[in-house]
Design a protein. Sequence first.
Length: 210
Amino acid sequence: MVVINGAAARRIGATPERYLSCHEWSQWASLPAARRTEWLCGRVALKRAFLDLCHGAVRDLEVGYRAGGRPMIAGHDDVYCSISHSGGWSTGATSRIPIGVDIEAVRPRRAELLRYITTERERRLVRRLTVAGDDLLTLLWTAKEAVLKALSVGLGVHPCRAEVTAIEERAAVVELAADVPLCPRRWNVRMERIARFYHSVATPCAASGE
Ligand SMILES: CC(C)(COP(=O)(O)OP(=O)(O)OC[C@H]1O[C@@H](n2cnc3c(N)ncnc32)[C@H](O)[C@@H]1OP(=O)(O)O)[C@@H](O)C(=O)NCCC(=O)NCCS
């Protein structure tokens, strides 16, 4: 997994010329200027994460999408990929097992949002955590979104249907509601606070079959 921003990308010489294929270059060039750095950094993060996992050269890698919108490295159907961006930072993860990542800046949110994205059972469960308020909301949001992105549905499934059933400050178990027809059903999520961001990585629980 690689987390990077524009300044870090510049330091390592991760320019569009070095990191984007011709097709990606035209996608990048058509983006609004304000989106370009994050988008490029998503590709840089994903490609560097891929090269930590597999042999290859960055010039041969192109990021595409599977049906549903989940990113992939073209020609490597056996590698699971995920990208996320927030506030100038991007994260990319690759794995031989399903994986989803989400990064989100902590910022003031409406209090009702917690009720919108969590069930009553989850709100009882998180009462014993020391984290609260916008931190708690962002932590839970990234944990759920990482799972829903690993499943390729994103917010096509309501966050309450991916329920946190166990949680500590840096780890959680998220389970899909019975009526959600997707697999794997149980996910381990590792959550980390990085500066003003929460970053979550979801992978299936060992006993949660495909
Ligand atoms: C996936 C989704 C949750 C991303 O939300 P976000 O917080 O704005 O964005 P993030 O920065 O965390 O993630 C963006 C990345 O997720 C990836 N992504 C997009 N759709 C995805 C999906 N369905 N599953 C997994 N990953 C997805 C992309 O790689 C994207 O980065 P890129 O544009 O640089 O390639 C959101 O776009 C979504 O829910 N999309 C699906 C909605 C949908 O299908 N609705 C249908 C029912 S009406």
